[in-house]
Design a protein around this ligand. Structure first.
Ligand code: SF4
Length: 220
């Protein structure tokens, strides 16, 4: 029988509570402070790169180019050299410079706080936009990264074989209260590394086991 929206909300609330107890201090693993521009740049650098590497590379990057204006005016070759070890550096350098130029020309160097305006910036997709809206502007947002998509599917909020960020975002935004969404996603990253891993989820003894459909669907 299909779970009602009300039942899904209740189950999600219990999951949010367990994750909060497990990871009380969960914050974004990108070390951008409260600066939306740095978060935007670092999130762009993190594509197919680890957050640890991005944190290291960003220290030199922001020491050399500390503001949107400095980034906007920098030669591409300089940015490429500073971010090379993050991989895909040509495309990343171009998009963070172009985005910085738009921020300077259209927003006085500030990062906008709406989904529509964020999505208009080069290199910014819904995942980065939701990260900024939730972490910096307190507006909430489901960051549908690989952990979030996998675990929410296994928990049974939508078919586990549907790996679709838009679906994850839509379904989870309806059942997780806005104020809980950012922390929920950060905690799922930790939970996805520790327990509900991609290849071999540790279902036995899992703290979310009693709320999870994966086991009852005979996967455990
Ligand atoms: S019971 Fe298994 S599938 Fe469900 S959340 Fe825990 S580890 Fe993941």
């Amino acid at each position: 029988m299909k779970e009602t929206k009300q039942a899904a909300r209740l189950r999600a609330a219990l999951i949010v509570q367990v994750l909060e107890e497990l990871y009380p201090d969960a914050i974004c693993s990108l070390d951008a402070g409260e600066d939306p521009w740095r978060l935007l740049v670092m999130a762009r650098l993190s594509a197919q790169c680890t957050d640890e590497r991005v944190n290291i590379v960003s220290q030199d990057l922001f020491a050399a180019l500390p503001t949107p204006k400095a980034m906007a005016d920098a030669p591409l070759e300089q940015i490429e050299g500073l971010i090379k070890s993050c991989g895909l550096y040509r495309g990343k350098a171009k998009s963070i410079r172009d985005a910085s130029q738009i921020l300077c020309e259209q927003y006085g160097g500030r990062v906008p706080d709406t989904m529509e305006d964020l999505l208009a910036l080069p290199g910014v997709g819904r995942k980065i936009a939701n990260l900024i809206l939730g972490d910096v502007y307190g507006k909430g947002g489901i960051v549908a990264d690989t952990h979030c998509m996998r675990i929410c599917g296994r928990l049974g909020f939508y078919p586990a074989d549907k790996k679709n960020p838009l679906l994850t975002e839509k379904v989870m935004e309806e059942i997780i209260p806005r104020q809980d969404q950012s922390a929920f996603c950060h905690r799922l990253v930790l939970f996805g590394r520790d327990v509900c891993t991609a290849r071999s989820p540790k279902c036995e003894g899992c703290p979310l086991g009693e709320y999870c459909k994966y086991i009852s669907d005979d996967n455990g």
